[in-house]
Write a protein that binds this ligand. Sequence first.
Ligand code: PA5
Length: 444
Amino acid sequence: MLDVKLFEMKAFLPMPYEEALSPRLKLAHEKLQKGSGAGGEFTGWVHLPREYDKEEFARIEAAASRIQSHSKALVVIGIGGSYLGARGVIDCLCSPNYNLKKKQTPNVYFVGNGLSSDALQEVLDLVAAEDFSVNVISKSGTTTEPAVAFRFFRAALERKYGKEGARARIYATTDKSRGALKSLADAEGWETFVVPDDVGGRYSVLTAVGLLPIAVAGVDIRALMDGAAQMMALCAEASYECPAWRYAAIRYELYRAGRSVELLACYDPAFRFMSEWWKQLYGESEGKEGKGLFPASVDFTADLHSMGQYIQEGKRLMFETVVRLGPSDCRLCVPMDTSDGDGLNFLAGESLDFIRDRAMEGTLLAHTEGGVPNIIVEAGGKTAEALGQLIYFFEYACGLSGYLLDVNPFNQPGVEAYKKNMFALLGKPGYEDQKAVLEAKLHK
Ligand code: PA5
C-alpha cells in the first residue's frame, strides 16, 4: 500500500504541527466527504471508485475491445484534464515508447492539446495509411484546441470510411446533456461517454475521460479502479493514518514556513506525464487569490545534471516530493569488462535498480543537507492497482490542501483570462469591443 514518509523534517519544522492542524484537516475532510465546502458540487470524484456507473464502465470495456479489434491507432483529442491523466497512465504503465513497441494493442496518439500545425499534421500523416478511431474528449464541448483538431480528424475519417463508416469509429466523451460536442454527437449518432456533472476536468481520469484510452492501450482498468477504491477507503478514515492527510499537512506547513515551490521528482522517465497531470491538478486547484505552492517537476537522474545545481545551492524556495515507484519490470546488471577501462568493474553484477536506489539515497542526503526538505511517496510498484492508489491519493490530498489554504479547489477562474483575449483577437462574434482595445495595446 502507498505510504508517505518524511526525511529529517525536524530540521525544517522543529515544532510538532500534527495536533494543531488536526481540527482543520478534519474540517477539510468533512467538506470533501459531504460536498459541503466551496465547490462542493464538484466532489463526485470522492466516492467515484465505488460509485461509478457500472453500465457505462462495461460500455467502455466493450468500446475498447472494438477499437482494439478494428484499429491500429486511436487518436485521443483533448486538453488539460481531458488529456493528461490518460497520457500519464499509459506512459507510466505501457512506456513512453508505447507507440514504437511491437504489441497487440493499437497505438495511442494525443492531439488537440495545443495549436501546432506541425504536431497535428504529423499525426494525420502517421494514421493516414492505417485503420484508426477517434476519441474526442471535452467536458464543456467548446474548448478551441480539441474542437479545431477534431475537425481535421473527423474529415480524415469520413474521407477514408465514408460518413457511415466514420460513425462507428468516433467516440465522444463529454457532458451528458450540454455543449456543442454533445449536440454534434447526438445529431451524428456517435457513441458517447459521460463526464459526470460533479467531476471537474482535472479530477476526471477515473471516468470515461481517462478510462477509454487507457483500456485501449491494454491496461486493466478494473485494477486501476480497485487501487483507487483501496485508497478511498483509507482516506475515509479521518486521521494521520491516511497518507493523504500526512502529505497535505506537511506540504501546508512547509508552505506556511515560507516554501513556495513544490518539486515533484521521480527516478523513472515513464512517470513524466504523471507529473504533468499532477502539476495541473495542484496548479489549478491551489493557485488562486495570490496563494498556493507553485508545482514543478523534475525527472531524476537526468535533471540532477541540469536542475540539480539549483536545487542544491540556489534560492531556498522549494521542497521536494519524491515518488518512488519501486522495482523495475526487468533486471539489468552491469556487465563485467576485463579491461575495466572505464573503472566501472566495482559495479559489475549490480543491477541498475541497485545503482538508482543509491543515487536516490545520495540525492536525498545531499538535498536535505543543502536545505531542501524531502517528502517521500512510496508508490509500491508500476502496476495499475498501485497507480490507482496514487491517483486517488494525490486527488484527495489536493482537495484537503485547497481547503487548508481556504480556496475553492474545484474552480479555475484564471483560465478564462487568456481565452477571452484570444477570442477577441480572433474576431469571435460577441467580442468586437475588446478586439479594438486589445489590438491598440499590442500595437502601441
Ligand atoms: O481541469 C479543467 O477543468 C481543465 O483543464 C479542462 O480539463 C480543460 O480546459 C479542458 O476542458 P474541456 O474538457 O471542457 O475541453
